[in-house]
Ligand binder design. Structure first.
Ligand code: ZN
Length: 409
């Protein structure tokens, strides 16, 4: 047991339990919960963003999104992705405090008016299950430690059989008491431009390891990449994204904790988050907690919950509920009723912040007339780092259609 991981898990689960029921699963639904926890210089932990979600829009949903909804509707509502968006909103709120001469828990200005992270501040990621995609592909018996020492009769029998038949789908360990006959599968398909494609053979050869994958889902294929791939990208470029890169240095996560009671493999997590991209990639700490989530998928909870809750530690509108990528209750008549973590609203908040900030070029202060996508390109350092990363390590990462990013405020 890792006591730090349990502290992180407990804090996130307690925060979840304290939120009202709206947007949480019903008795037959499951969901994923993710969050980001701040650790200050004294080692005190506090939750700063917390979200749930299991859904992702298909490609045609996005193409059919009307122009007025561009930048308003979220395509990827997996909890991990929402947690990072809610975290961005938290960071913007912290910047707003700083630039209004109030106390920020995260940021400080130096003598030249540059914004920096306060010393000793760290951020930790939490999720109740392993991220979809590469981190979720591992042998089914990968963590049955008791059975390694004292395997149940059934497994011993198959083990003897596998030696006799030399079946390649059954692997015996050195101790000859653990067998791997199947793997956990992910519904996430390899992206079409990826050289490594799934073999789809029975048993352990179903999946290929290390590929970039799109989000799992039936029917209309999605254009969003799996959470394993997005987390791996943030691990290298930072979680701050392009806009915040205009103001602060890259901000990396220190650790990731997966909740208890859910399949987990240290090896698959390490591979999915950094090892598959080479030895020069930064590493983050990986833990599994023993604390488990009440709304995990299970025999009674068989349906994914269609709604998401989005919470972050900000001064205004801490909690929102989303469905199909929109704020719950939003209609065409109420166009202004947007999620505060939508692209449009995050851009609005960001522009408000740079209005107040003296440390930025005056040219970059009034970019309202240029589109969202063009504005993102102003962040030269970030865009160049992402370009290099795609060339060197993320060759197969697809380019998203620009429609969703083609809007002005
Ligand atoms: Zn996911």
């Amino acid at each position: 047991m890792n006591s730090f991981a349990d502290k992180v898990a407990k804090l996130c689960l307690q925060k979840y339990n304290s939120l009202k029921k709206t947007g949480k699963p019903t008795s037959n639904e499951w969901t994923v919960l993710s969050g980001i926890v701040l650790e200050n210089i004294n080692g005190t932990l506090s939750v700063v963003s917390l979200t749930t979600g299991t859904k992702c829009l298909g490609g045609s949903d996005l193409l059919n999104t009307e122009i007025w909804e561009r930048g308003s509707r979220l395509s990827d509502s997996h909890a991990e992705i929402l947690a990072r968006r809610a975290f961005l909103r938290y960071l913007y709120d912290q910047l707003d405090l700083l630039l209004n001469d109030q106390k920020s828990d995260v940021f400080a200005l130096d003598s030249t008016d540059k914004i920096g992270i306060k010393p000793g501040i760290l951020f930790h990621f939490f999720s109740t299950q392993t991220p979809c995609g590469d981190c979720s592909i591992f042998p089914k018996e990968a963590k049955v430690l008791d059975e390694e020492i004292n395997p149940p009769a059934k497994i011993r029998k198959i083990s003897a059989l596998s030696e006799a038949s030399n079946d390649s789908s059954l692997i015996t360990t050195k101790k000859n008491c653990r067998i791997i006959s199947d793997i956990y599968r992910t519904g996430a398909k390899c992206v079409s431009t990826e050289e490594r494609q799934d073999l789809l053979e029975p048993g352990i050869n179903y999946h290929v390891l290390g590929s970039l994958r799109t989000k799992p889902g039936r029917g209309d294929p999605t254009l969003s990449l799996s959470c394993s791939d997005k987390l791996a990208k943030w691990n290298i470029l930072g979680v701050q994204g392009s806009f915040l890169s205009l103001l602060i240095a890259p901000l990396r996560l220190e650790s990731i904790t997966i909740g208890g009671g859910s399949p987990f493999s240290q090896e698959a997590m390490e591979r999915g988050l950094y090892k598959r991209f080479g030895n020069d990639v930064a590493r983050l700490k990986i833990f599994q907690a023993t604390e488990s989530f009440i709304h995990l998928k299970g025999t009674l909870r068989t349906q994914p919950c269609p709604t998401s809750i989005i919470w972050c530690s900000v001064r205004n509108r801490e909690l929102e509920v989303a469905v199909e990528g929109r704020k719950q209750g939003a209609t065409k008549k109420r166009k202004g009723n947007l999620l505060l973590i939508s692209r449009r609203e995050l851009l609005r908040i960001f522009l408000r912040i740079i209005e107040k900030y003296k440390g930025i070029d005056s040219e970059q202060r009034h970019p309202k007339k240029i589109g969202y996508y063009q504005f993102k390109q102003w962040s030269n350092l970030y865009q160049e780092a992402w370009k290099q990363l795609r060339l060197k390590k993320f060759h197969a990462w697809p380019t998203k259609p620009l429609e969703s990013q083609d809007f002005i405020l």
